[in-house]
Ligand binder design. Structure first.
Ligand code: FE2
Length: 373
């Protein structure tokens, strides 16, 4: 052990049923007088958004032009709204898309380079400083964990792929995580976002690298998701299941500072090119990637087998997908043979695969796409 590491767990998390009622107080302590409320087109019409608005001291300008997989245009439009309304801070309300967009808008308020300059692949995070307006994140799904994460994923014009911007300064000022805000989530979204949380914990645990703290978080996050995702799907009002899933999402996103794996590299183009829901594509890929990784993870596999009560983890994952209503093949979601090669180009450019426990090159990635198609 002759290497020096940086570990960092700085997020303030206000967690639990009723946490949203602290929003006004959290704004006040941070001097937030006029936040831009960032959300997506669907959420803005739902009762849960009204509930979040009600928790704020008055009506603030709302920017709801965020796409399901946020694009650079959403960031420019949000920045224009921020300036036009003379805002001094941001509140992100929604799932990963709204929170990621808000993180990028917040960055653009004080960082004026083209967004592509901050691309993590080019170490663009070195250009990001602490000079950012306050941002409170209020998640309404339990999956992405973007509210505690130090990255934002935006499809940029210059790269035409989901591009990761990464810096510890991108972490929201606080996450206000209230599981009661997730009880009206439809079953399909609960399953898809929940499997994103599951996959974050799963891949972070298996990722190469030395990080016992993240390993411990990922194992417990995985246990929570394994025990509760099905109940959250079938009994949406069950607050214990919703609480466990929201905590699992937070733990997954905290743990993946260690790294993710091939599932996420294969998954990102399925959203940009194939228009699939991110967590759903993770879920479809996870059994096949785990099969591929099996020879490289004998010790980890014992822990996974114990958590999942199985001797065949890939099969247990397939059965879990079935129980939560996720179809097993990519073609079930409109993915075609012709999409594989263009997706492969993007998957190979994606950095997540570099921490996969078994080296995963072009031939292996192509084989996994074909297997799961
Ligand atoms: Fe993810």
């Amino acid at each position: 052990m002759n290497q020096v590491y940086t570990f960092s767990f700085p997020t303030t998390i206000i967690f639990g049923v009723g946490a949203v009622s602290t929003l006004a107080e959290q704004m006040r302590t941070r001097g937030m007088k006029r936040p831009l409320v960032v959300t997506d087109r669907a959420l803005v019409t739902l009762p849960v958004f009204a509930e979040i608005q009600k928790a704020m001291p008055s009506d603030f300008p709302v920017f709801s032009g965020v796409d399901p997989n946020p694009r650079e245009k959403n960031v420019h439009d949000g920045l224009a709204a921020y300036r036009e309304s003379k805002c001094d801070s941001l509140v992100a309300a929604g799932g990963g898309s709204a929170i990621d967009a808000a993180k990028a808008i917040r960055l653009a308020v004080t960082h004026t380079r083209p967004l592509v300059d901050y691309d993590d692949v080019k170490n663009g995070g070195d250009l990001i400083t602490a000079n950012l307006p306050p941002l409170l994140a209020v998640p309404t799904t339990a999956g992405t964990g973007s509210d505690v994460g130090r990255s934002t994923v935006i499809t940029l014009d210059a790269t035409q792929r989901k591009t990761v911007l990464f810096s510890p300064y991108l972490i929201p000022s606080a996450s206000i995580s209230d599981p009661a805000l997730t009880v009206d989530m439809p079953a399909k979204i609960t399953a898809g976002t929940g499997m994103d949380a599951f996959t974050h914990n799963f891949e972070a645990y298996l990722a190469v690298g030395y990080h016992p703290m993240c390993d411990a978080i990922a194992v417990e996050g995985l246990r929570l998701a394994w025990s509760s995702i099905e109940r959250a799907v079938t009994h949406p009002q069950n607050l214990t299941a919703r609480t466990n899933m929201m905590m699992s999402a937070i733990m997954g996103a905290t743990a993946f500072q260690k790294g993710l794996g091939a599932v996420h590299s294969l998954s990102h183009p399925l959203s940009t090119i194939g228009r699939m829901h991110h967590g759903t594509s993770n879920a479809v890929l996870l059994p096949a990637v785990t099969e591929f990784n099996t020879p490289a993870i004998p010790e980890h596999l014992k822990v996974l087998e114990q958590i999942m009560g199985t001797t065949n983890v890939p099969n247990a994952l397939r059965e879990l997908n079935q129980r939560v209503g996720i179809d097993p093949r990519l073609r079930d979601y409109g993915i075609t043979e012709e999409m594989i090669e263009p997706m492969l180009v993007k998957a190979m450019e994606d950095g997540c695969r570099l921490s996969n426990p078994r080296p995963c090159g072009e031939a292996e990635m192509r084989a996994i796409y074909r297997q799961v198609l």
